[in-house]
Write a protein that binds this ligand. Structure first.
Ligand SMILES: Cc1cc2nc3c(=O)[nH]c(=O)nc-3n(C[C@H](O)[C@H](O)[C@H](O)COP(=O)(O)OP(=O)(O)OC[C@H]3O[C@@H](n4cnc5c(N)ncnc54)[C@H](O)[C@@H]3O)c2cc1C
Length: 395
């Protein structure tokens, strides 16, 4: 029997499996797809996520890891945020020299999965988990592997299977989703002028555009539309690349910079985003990453939660193995709430303001007046504690 079956080989699942394999556990990753694969994402790691990734790469690596050096060469530093709304622009840098990174998701996810396998985790590609049943000493998992039904057995099961987690549903942990609020289109753009090492957020009437510079001169562009607009733009969303370019060229704050812009590769549509859970743990089943509850991509904190959640889950599972029963896992749920709860509440406030441009502009002015932009950047950047606050620039 496996010690742990991790369902999902995204950042949360791979980071966790890597840690568990290093602890000497028998661990397998079942992923419904095959890597490398694209994932709709703004592709920015905030400073908290960058710190968690560095810890993961360096823990237990006495002699250094050439593949980590190679990956680092492809990461683009991000020093903070630039928020645009009409003529207002607020620039908030992360405090104390903290920085995040941007990284193409197929590269980041592929690297994490490869490291987990190199550490000893077994990969089951094209294995979609359907159902998890808990017994006294372990779990039985039903899955479809390469088109055929299979049964797996593990002492513990982790749902790292993303926003529509089958494990959360099967374990009775999923809560009813909220209404469809918005949809997004993400793609890569070449030839966008004047990119800086900042995540940009452009609030337009009826749309929001996020940008993050990627290594090699491209940028990730994410267009977010409210659900009502999305229904009337359904045809445009199906033809993603032209829709993304058209949004950049129609944007009052981006049009001049987008004159030479071209979309490269496919643009991916996604939504809805609201996937609440009742709890992140039940008996022998844990949830991590988006599967443990997701609300909105606006503040770019998903990868931090995936990587930090994997650290907490690894330590809870190590405690459970040591104790010989599942009771230590209960502490994991409350730890997640303690660490991510305040950020999630702030995220709801920001998301509320971002759907109301007048309120958003007033908030930008309020932040300038109170001199709290850097503090805000630090909060949504999940900056490691102890960073100093510098003054904020507003133009
Ligand atoms: C539009 C958008 C923009 C975003 N921008 C950012 C950003 O800039 N910065 C940031 O930090 N976060 C961002 N996020 C959030 C971020 O993408 C997620 O938080 C992150 O991918 C979570 O990682 P994960 O491993 O939990 O899930 P995922 O990355 O979704 O991985 C889940 C894995 O599970 C597999 N799977 C699914 N179902 C099953 C099943 N039944 N059985 C087995 N395997 C299964 C999938 O194949 C996949 O590989 C954004 C999200 C969206 C939607």
């Amino acid at each position: 029997m496996l010690d742990v079956l991790v369902c999902g080989g995204g950042p949360a699942g791979s980071a966790l499996a890597w840690r568990l394999a290093r602890l000497g556990m028998r661990v397998a990753i079942a992923d419904a797809g095959r890597h490398p694969r694209r994932k709709p994402c703004g592709e920015s790691l905030n400073p908290g996520a960058a710190a968690a990734l560095r810890r993961l790469a360096q823990d237990g690596q006495a002699g250094g890891d050439p593949s980590w050096d190679e990956l680092q060469g492809e990461l683009q530093p991000l020093e903070g945020w630039a928020l645009h709304c009409g003529s207002a622009r607020l620039e908030a840098r992360y405090p104390g020299g903290a920085a995040g990174w941007s990284c193409r998701r197929e590269r980041l996810d592929g690297w994490l999965l490869e490291r987990a396998v190199a550490a000893g985790a077994v990969l089951l590609p094209e294995c979609r988990v359907k159902e998890v049943r808990q017994g006294g000493s372990g779990c039985e998992i039903k899955a479809i592997r390469e088109g055929r039904p299979v049964k797996l057995a593990a002492r513990y099961v982790v749902g790292a299977d993303g926003i529509r987690s089958a494990v959360a549903r099967s374990a009775g942990l999923a809560a009813p989703p909220g209404p469809l609020r918005k949809v997004a289109l993400t793609g890569r753009i070449a030839g966008l002028a004047d990119l800086e090492p900042l995540v940009e957020l452009h609030l337009e009437p009826g749309a929001l555009i996020g940008l993050a510079p990627l290594a090699g001169g491209e940028a990730n562009a994410t267009l977010v539309l409210p659900a009502a607009a999305a229904a009337s733009s359904a045809a445009a969303l199906r033809h993603g690349r032209p829709a993304l370019l058209a949004a950049l060229r129609a944007s009052p704050t981006l049009a001049a910079r987008a004159l030479q812009a071209e979309a490269s590769g496919e643009a991916l549509a996604c939504g809805p985003f609201d996937a609440p859970v009742r709890s992140a743990c039940s008996g022998r089943v844990l949830l991590v990453g988006d599967a443990a509850g997701y609300y909105d991509p606006l503040t770019g904190q998903g990868l931090f939660r995936a990587l930090r959640g994997a650290e907490l889950a690894a330590s809870a599972l190590a405690d459970a193995r040591h104790a010989g029963d599942a009771r230590p896992l209960q502490a994991y749920g409350s730890q997640l709430r303690r660490e991510f709860g305040p950020g999630a509440a702030l995220q709801r406030w920001i998301e509320y303001g971002a759907s109301r441009p007048r309120l958003f502009r007033a908030a930008l002015a309020g932040i300038r007046w109170s001199g709290t932009a850097e503090r805000l950047a630090s909060r949504i950047g999940d900056c490691p504690p102890g960073a100093e606050f510098r003054r904020t620039r507003l133009r």
